[in-house]
Design a protein around this ligand. Structure first.
Ligand SMILES: Cc1cc2nc3c(=O)[nH]c(=O)nc-3n(C[C@H](O)[C@H](O)[C@H](O)COP(=O)(O)O)c2cc1C
Length: 227
C-alpha cells in the first residue's frame, strides 16, 4: 500500500450530465420577425472580453444566432429564479423535437410574456435585454464550432455548438457596483444564480482570502506579451 492510497475513496461513475455548477443566464436572440427569444442556459464561461457558450444545435436560439449573430447574456440572480423556471421546458421552435415533446417541452413564441419579464432596447445589438436581470452583456458571435462531434462525423450533425462571442457592452444595476470605482462589480454584492445538475442554488459568502485578488483588476486591461 502506498502512503496516499488511504486518501483515495473515489469511485468511478458514469453520470449522464456533468453540470457541476455554472451561472444561469437568459440568452436573448433575434427571431426572424424581429422579436426577442429568451433561452435559459448555463453552459458558459468568460475569458477577457470573450464568452464561450454551449448551445443545443436544434434550439430556436441556435437558428436565430445563425441568421443574426447578435445576443444578450442576461445574468440571473436568485431573485429571478421563478422567471427562469417558467421558461424551462419551453422552446421558441414551433416544431418541438420528439425528445423535447416526450420530456414535456412546449412551444412558446413569446418568452417575455410566459416568464412575466420586461424587454429593454439594447445599445449595440438587436435582441432586447431583460430589465429584471442585474447584469446584461451585449455580444456578437465571432465563431461557432460543433461540440462533441466524433471524428468522421459531419459537422452539420452536431447536437451541440460551442459559440464564441465578443462582449460589446456591459450594463449593471448600480446595486452591485463596487463603491469608489467606475467600472467594477462588488463580488460581495453580486450573487449569481447557479445551476448544479438540474437544480437551482445561490452563492454563499466568500470562503477564503484570495491571492488572485491581490492582482489589481485593471491589470487585466493590459495587453499580454509573449514573455
Ligand atoms: C436552468 C437551465 C439551464 C439550461 N442550460 C442550457 C445550456 O447551457 N445549453 C443548452 O443548449 N440548453 C440549456 N437549457 C435548455 C434550453 O433552455 C432548452 O433547450 C430550450 O428549449 C431552448 O430554447 P429555444 O429553443 O427557444 O432556443 C437549460 C435550461 C434551463 C432551465
Amino acid at each position: 500500500m502506498t502512503t496516499t492510497e488511504h486518501l483515495d475513496q473515489h469511485v468511478a461513475v458514469d453520470p449522464a450530465i456533468l453540470y457541476f455548477g455554472t451561472p444561469v443566464l437568459l440568452l436573448s436572440s433575434a427571431n426572424e420577425d424581429g422579436t426577442t427569444n429568451l433561452m435559459p442556459m448555463s453552459s458558459v464561461f468568460w475569458l477577457g472580453r470573450s464568452a464561450v457558450l454551449g448551445i443545443g444545435a436544434r434550439s430556436q436560439t441556435a437558428l436565430n444566432l445563425k441568421r443574426c449573430p447578435e445576443l444578450v447574456m442576461n445574468l440571473a440572480s436568485p431573485a429571478n429564479v421563478a422567471h427562469v423556471d417558467r421558461l424551462a421546458l419551453t422552446t421558441g421552435r414551433p416544431d418541438v423535437s420528439p425528445w423535447k415533446a416526450r420530456a414535456g417541452y412546449v412551444h412558446a413564441p413569446d418568452k417575455f410574456a410566459v416568464a412575466g419579464l420586461t424587454p429593454l432596447e439594447s445599445a449595440t445589438v438587436r435582441p432586447h435585454r431583460v430589465a429584471e436581470c442585474l447584469v446584461h452583456l451585449e455580444a456578437v458571435v465571432r465563431e461557432t464550432r460543433p461540440l462533441g462531434a466524433r471524428a468522421g462525423e459531419d459537422d452539420a450533425a452536431a447536437r451541440q455548438l460551442a459559440v464564441e462571442a465578443e462582449v460589446t457592452r456591459v450594463w449593471v444595476d448600480p446595486a452591485i457596483r463596487l463603491a469608489g470605482h467606475a467600472d467594477r462589480i462588488d463580488p460581495d454584492l453580486w450573487r449569481p444564480l447557479v445551476l448544479s445538475f438540474q437544480r437551482f442554488y445561490g452563492l454563499g459568502p466568500q470562503v477564503h482570502p484570495s491571492r488572485l485578488a491581490g492582482i489589481d483588476e485593471d491589470r487585466y486591461r493590459e495587453p499580454r506579451t509573449a514573455s
